[in-house]
Design a protein around this ligand. Structure first.
Ligand code: SAH
Length: 259
């Protein structure tokens, strides 16, 4: 098997770093080490601000949403002669930079790339909400910038029909406000109104906030949802735990054991 990093030189490397959901505490040690060894760090402004304490002495290249292709190209170009990190929030595979960097690198046959995993929004949000995703789950982004809305709707329906716990990423932006309502309607065709729903906002960041409700009551909280929110919708067995601030999806132990 060929190694992922078959360029053995120590001074030209591109790390694609998942920096976690917000707080530096929730970043992996491997991610921190990659940033420490990098001469250049590229990322969008929001994510660079998130790791501000780690940027001292670094050559920082800031960019904005929408210029991801240029950012990936620039990072690969710099990584021909230097150690570079390109950062993604959460995990770099999950609606992050990992795929794009590898696509661009494929054309250039550049191989000095290492992808470093991070804590993604669904696991960070799930932890704050208790244990809502202990069974099979589906992650669906409501952003139709790169995926047609028709396909997203099909996936929503299929995931609801198969009784997956569903996580909605990118639920609503300032311009795109209506998709979430339609998504909830589609999911409600297959899931009962009493299905627990967790709304997790700014997890591990300033303004961290969670709401626990049900599918039937969800629209009451519609205005609270924004692009910094992840929504978790339970399966048939999910329930609201004790004092209503957590959701639990039993893994199934209760069917086998007494406790
Ligand atoms: N690569 C990222 C996801 C990028 S898509 C990851 O792995 O987490 C951006 C979406 O992720 C947001 O719209 C929101 O739905 C979710 N998200 C990211 N960080 C979050 C946080 N700290 N709290 C709640 N949701 C978050």
């Amino acid at each position: 098997m060929q190694s992922q990093n078959n360029n053995n030189s120590n001074n030209n490397k591109l790390y694609v770093v998942g920096i976690g959901p917000g707080s530096v505490q929730d970043m992996t040690i491997r991610a921190q080490k990659a940033l420490e060894t990098s001469e250049y760090i590229l990322g969008n402004s929001t994510y660079l601000d998130q790791i501000a304490p780690l940027l001292d002495g670094k050559k920082v290249i800031r960019s904005y949403m929408g210029d991801e292709v240029k950012r990936a190209q620039k990072a690969l170009e710099l990584a021909e002669n230097s150690i570079v990190s390109i950062i993604s929030g959460g995990d770099a595979n999950i609606y992050g930079m990992a795929g794009l960097v590898l696509e661009v690198a494929e054309k250039k046959e550049q191989t000095n790339i290492e992808i470093i995993p991070g804590v993604t929004a669904i696991t960070a949000s799930a932890a704050c909400l208790g244990a809502p995703i202990t069974a099979d789950f589906a992650v669906i982004s409501l952003s139709d910038l790169l995926t047609p809305w028709e396909i997203i709707k099909e996936r929503l329906y299929a995931a609801a029909r198969a009784d997956f716990v569903i996580a909605l990423y990118n639920p609503k932006s300032r311009k795109r406000t209506g998709h979430l309502k339609e998504a909830i309607q589609i999911i409600s065709q297959e899931k009962k109104p009493q299905t627990p729903v967790g709304i997790a906002q700014n997890i591990t960041r300033e303004g961290e906030h969670t709401i626990v409700t049900t599918l039937g009551e969800f629209m009451k909280f519609y205005e609270d949802v924004d692009m910094r929110t992840t929504i978790l919708i339970g399966n048939r067995e999910s329930r609201i735990w004790n004092n209503a601030d957590r959701v639990i999806t039993p893994r199934g132990y209760h069917k086998k054991y007494d406790y």
